[in-house]
Design a binder for this molecule. Structure first.
Ligand code: C2E
Ligand code: CA
Ligand code: CA
Ligand code: CA
Length: 278
């Protein structure tokens, strides 16, 4: 009887131990991954909703983890932020995306803008502006070509400080997008006080809009808000033609999502771009 009542506890302890071991494995594997060249970038087109024409791309990181297949950023960016790897990884992403952008420019692929996701820890790094400026110069990005996507988390520690850092990046010709807008805690005060150019409307607002009047009302209000503040809006998670039509009816112009293209390798993107007749 004693054994039977203890068993669930043992199982529980073992499952915690397994989780700790898995986390340590992940931590160490991540540290090696950069040296071993296991990360790669995919690019998702950002499109004009009415014509479907791409206006730019967003770079998204992937990890080809040996024995695990392709791992998405949701499963390792948080760990990289905890163990400090986010700084070298973020630098690798920025430079890799800018290098690819230059290749497209040279090949005559009309990718006009490049968006790169940036962790709050990168933004807080005093060396970050130098890194951005170095990449712009080395890879010949003109003013306005590079967009840095930040989330409301940048402003959690110090809104004033975040604003100052973003302003100095904008002075380099970088555009700033507020990612996942509306999913955080302090959206409206952050919005008013951060120097941003683009609002990315989270897919949660887009998903139900075609069938749900209240979801549509929220989406319409967010679009009106961004227009009122003189910002451009990019709708995320445009998965269907119905999403696209709903957004157009609400006055939205730009979006990204599976109805246009999923994130693609550079090779796939070239094929997709050619297929668009562009
Ligand atoms: P995000 O910036 O909001 O990126 C959009 C996510 O939505 C991507 O997931 C993309 O694959 C996915 N997506 C695109 N179209 C659709 C659609 O039509 N429907 C749905 N349901 N999803 C769609 P992914 O690539 O897994 O990236 C997840 C998050 O990881 C990103 O969210 C971003 O916050 C973060 N991330 C990605 N790359 C980087 C990076 O290089 N650095 C940092 N710091 N974060 C990154
Ligand atoms: Ca993003
Ligand atoms: Ca987003
Ligand atoms: Ca998101």
């Amino acid at each position: 009887v004693a054994k039977r009542t203890r068993a669930p506890l043992v199982a529980y302890r073992e499952s915690i131990e397994a989780a700790v071991v898995a986390r340590l494995d992940l931590d160490q594997a991540l540290r090696r991954a950069l040296d071993q060249d296991e990360f790669f970038l995919v690019y998702q087109p950002i499109c004009d909703l009415a014509s479907g024409r791409p206006t730019g791309v967003e770079a998204l990181v992937r990890w080809q983890r040996p024995g695990h297949g392709v791992v998405g950023p949701a499963d390792f960016i948080g760990v990289a932020e905890d163990n400090g790897l986010i700084l070298p990884l973020g630098a690798w992403v920025l430079r890799g995306a800018c290098r690819q952008f230059r290749r497209w420019q040279h090949a005559g692929v009309p990718v006009r803008s490049l968006a790169v996701n940036v962790s709050p820890l990168q933004l807080a790094d005093p060396e970050f502006p130098g890194l951005v400026q170095g990449a712009q110069q080395e890879f010949g990005l003109e003013a306005g070509a590079l967009t840095l996507e930040v989330t409301e988390r940048v402003a959690v520690e110090d809104l004033y400080d975040a604003g100052r850092r973003l302003s100095s990046l904008r002075a380099l010709g970088v555009r700033v997008a507020l990612d996942d807008f509306g999913t955080g805690q302090s959206s409206l005060s952050v919005l008013r006080r951060l120097p941003i150019d683009i609002l990315k409307l989270d897919q949660t607002f887009v998903r139900d809009a075609p069938d749900d009047e209240s979801a549509r009302a929220v989406l319409g209000a967010l679009l009106a808000l961004s227009a009122g503040l003189g910002l451009s809006a990019v709708a995320e998670g445009v998965e269907t033609e119905a999403h696209c039509q709903t957004l157009l009816a609400l006055g939205s112009q730009t979006g990204q999502g599976y109805t246009f293209a999923p994130p693609l390798t550079p090779e796939e993107l070239l094929g997709w771009w050619t297929g668009q007749g562009l």
